[in-house]
Design a protein around this ligand. Sequence first.
Ligand code: DAH
Length: 368
Amino acid sequence: MSDQIPHLPAYDEATLDLSFAVLEEDVRVSAAAAASDPEAFRLLWLGRKQGRLKLISEAWLKSAPAEARKPLGIRFNQLKESIERVLAAPAAATGPAVPALDVTLPGLVRQPGIPHPLLTTMDRIVEVFHHLGYSTELGPQVESDFYNFEALNFPENHPARDTQDTLQIAGQASKPSRDRLLMRTHTSPVQIRTMVAQAPPLRIVIPGKVHRNDAADATHSPIFHQVEGLCVGPDITFSDLKGTLDHAMRALFGTGVKTRFFPSFFPFTEPSADVQISCIFCGGAGCRKCKHSGWIELLGCGMVDPAVFQAVTGERRRLGLDDTPYDPARVSGFAFGMGVERIAMILHGVSDIGYFYSGDMRFLEQFA
Ligand code: DAH
């Protein structure tokens, strides 16, 4: 606070408001001392000869144009009241005003967070496989062409790549094609990463986010989630694959559910299969959800193609690692991959994939 008389640059309302706000603040600050020495505070502001209020009012009023006298006068009276309030109750005037507690207002409800239904579904799937001795592996979402395609037996320019609607990272043209970066289109590259890093036997599940250049509609989203599985050992057969997935589907959807396997194609499995479960809504009788077929298609799977083991062997050799453990003559394996959104939609009867990403509390609260 300055003891000098502040300069009043103009007489318009805004300037008056600002100048008096500064004075009110000066009152508030000097009021801190008023509790111990009210007389000094009174002299400072209301002293008859040298009091600030008198000096300022003289300085400001003298040169005021006629129409500014009234607004100035009103503000001087308000300032004077503030000073008198401090003198009446010096201790109360120092802090900012504390609003009274209004006990009639509604209380603040603290909403506890809950896991998102997609995460819960992903955890449930992963847990089924943990009980079968699988461990979890994770990989990056920005992936190289080698891991996402080449090592999985998608040759360069092969039409099978077109099915994956790949989002490429910009500025990669100068790199060798195997090193070009892209957003992973599936969790399968983590199969390769794990086999390059670990010798068999192997039982892993790979939950994660994947990206495709897909238009969003009721069943598609450009970003979605998968759970991948891989089992490699000396004597892994198609019966092991069937038994494992049959168990997993009953663990997820109930013991009454049946599975059936249809021939399919994936570059990295041979033979490949699509797995269907009996419709959990109608028990297989036929309804709208299963398009009156009694079956719902759920995942892709198959026996690991020897070309994949060869790619892993080549990469291990390139990195100076033992290149013998994934000799297709010594090991075999199966793999599978499923969409988390699709399973969550079936489990919870959700009709549009967009609800999962909308952040609409009316939707999410149903999972609390
Ligand atoms: N990666 C496949 C996809 O995104 C899904 C898949 C199919 C994964 C068969 C597998 C598999 O491991 O064996 O379309």
